[in-house]
Design a protein around this ligand. Structure first.
Ligand SMILES: Nc1ncnc2c1ncn2[C@@H]1O[C@H](COP(=O)(O)OP(=O)(O)OP(=O)(O)O)[C@@H](O)[C@H]1O
Ligand SMILES: O=C(O)c1ccc[n+]([C@@H]2O[C@H](COP(=O)([O-])O)[C@@H](O)[C@H]2O)c1
Length: 209
């Protein structure tokens, strides 16, 4: 079985923080690969200010270069927007892969607003990565009040394929303050260099148009 960590996100744009947490997670969870699921559109985020998907995917692939990270826009092909639907589809499509869902503490803080979030926790283990400024709100969140009983010790994190789900592990790496919001503030038109780029998705082999 291949061990895959899934990091879903807008990647508007991808940055060194995504790469750093992915590589830390690879080591902690003994992953073969991390797949970045570059979202066609987060159902909870406004479309205003969202760069086109091909530009976000092309930039994510650049940030992921020379790392065991595949940046994919597979949700476009699966025609899924909600994570529960994506994860179910991936499990059917890749029966020989073990998957773990990765997310930053900011996502845990609003996880209870996601479609069927308890269902997500029943599908696969979840690893939450500490993020500066969000850890307190994540720990006090509605989702955490239910997930708390399923927390596994971080020292056992490499054993995640043997865990009964729901299972949650909290990973604490060197806090990384980088964010896409800060990058957009510095350069709202970061995507202009990709405007005419055609990019092939490494998982589906299709062009993202
Ligand atoms: N510096 C970081 N530390 C921990 N987790 C992070 C960090 N940056 C991003 N993540 C996580 O990576 C995933 C994808 O993040 P996303 O593409 O939304 O980037 P972002 O920097 O959070 O963007 P924005 O500032 O626009 O919200 C999310 O689960 C997010 O929590
Ligand atoms: O499924 C949902 O209801 C849902 C609601 C909000 C966010 N998500 C997913 O959470 C991931 C992180 O999104 P973002 O925009 O915070 O980077 C991304 O894969 C989104 O599709 C999923």
């Amino acid at each position: 079985m291949t061990r895959i960590g899934l990091l879903g996100g807008s990647f508007n744009p991808a940055h060194g923080g995504h790469r750093a947490i992915s590589l830390f997670a690879r080591d902690a969870l003994d992953l073969d690969e991390i797949w970045w699921l570059v979202s066609p559109g987060n159902p909870l985020k406004p479309t205003k200010g969202m760069a086109p998907l091909p530009a976000r995917l092309a930039h994510a692939r650049k940030v992921a270069r020379r790392a065991p990270i595949r940046a994919t826009a597979i949700e476009r092909q699966l025609r899924t927007r909600y994570t529960i639907d994506t994860l179910r589809a991936l499990r059917l499509r890749y029966p020989r892969h073990d998957f773990i869902w990765l997310m930053g503490a900011d996502n845990l803080a609003q996880f209870s607003q996601w479609k069927n979030w308890r269902g997500i926790a029943h599908l696969m283990p979840i690893a939450v990565i500490a993020r500066p400024g969000y850890d307190a709100v994540a720990h006090g969140s509605e989702a955490m009040s239910w997930l708390r009983r399923f927390v596994r010790p971080a020292r056992q994190s490499a054993d995640w394929t043997n865990w009964r789900v729901p299972a949650l592990v909290l990973l604490r790496f060197r806090p990384d303050p980088r964010s896409a919001t800060l990058l957009r503030q510095a350069d709202p038109l970061w995507h202009r260099e990709y405007e005419a780029t055609r990019v092939r998705d490494p998982l589906t082999r299709r062009y993202v148009v």
